[in-house]
Design a binder for this molecule. Structure first.
Ligand SMILES: CC(C)(COP(=O)(O)OP(=O)(O)OC[C@H]1O[C@@H](n2cnc3c(N)ncnc32)[C@H](O)[C@@H]1OP(=O)(O)O)[C@@H](O)C(=O)NCCC(=O)NCCS
Length: 174
């Protein structure tokens, strides 16, 4: 089952990210999620959990972002983070959460989505590297900076710096 998360899920969600991202990154990602849940500029988010036999095995979070172009502002969502606990990886659950989340953000009338991750993985969901949205911070791995349009042709005219929730301000996330 995939459902929106609620505040009672937060401890399990943080634990799930620690387990999935491991010793090197787990605490940092869990901390980011904790900060985002307290961040008014991260609302309204789309936060979905995958549950199997009452256990949370996956989580995806999309937070609102925007790009102000000369003609008009565009509204989007940033996918970050996504995690599936190790025992349940490579069974399609991550892809399922991405698909459900993208449906939700499209229903929220978003114009586009962005993600910073492995293009081999996110490319399968339709994210592309060919776009001109500028990341909010200097990227350690520019190759992973991807976008998806929800209106045909949008990425061709969408250029400018991405404005994102304050919790993403730390350079360690980029
Ligand atoms: C990345 C992650 C969310 C994928 O979830 P998942 O449920 O295991 O993935 P799916 O079952 O939907 O897809 C599996 C496929 O994606 C590939 N894949 C998984 N993670 C990948 C990655 N980081 N880069 C490239 N390919 C990846 C697998 O090799 C597999 O390929 P195959 O179908 O050819 O065998 C999960 O592995 C995870 O939580 N990893 C640790 C946290 C993390 O890295 N999150 C993403 C940060 S951007």
């Amino acid at each position: 089952m995939i459902r929106p998360s609620n505040t009672l899920d937060t401890p399990s969600i943080l634990q799930l990210h620690r387990a999935a991202f491991g010793e090197a990154e787990g605490d940092s990602v869990a901390n980011l999620v904790r900060l985002l849940y307290q961040d008014s500029s991260a609302k309204p988010w789309v936060s979905l959990v995958k549950e199997i036999e009452s256990k949370l095995i996956g989580h995806i979070l999309f937070t609102p972002v925007s790009v102000k172009t000369q003609s008009q502002p565009y509204r989007g969502f940033m996918l970050s983070p996504l995690a599936i606990v190790p025992d349940f990886q490579k069974q399609g659950f991550g892809s399922e959460l991405i698909e459900c989340g993208l449906n939700e953000v499209q229903q929220a009338q978003a114009d586009f989505a962005v993600v910073y991750g492995n293009p081999d993985y996110y490319g399968r969901a339709g994210f592309v590297r060919e776009h001109r949205i500028e990341a909010p911070q200097k990227l350690a791995r520019p190759y992973g900076w991807q976008a998806m349009e929800f209106k045909e042709g949008l990425l061709e005219k969408l250029y400018g710096k991405l404005l994102c929730p304050r919790s993403f301000d730390a350079p360690e996330y980029w």
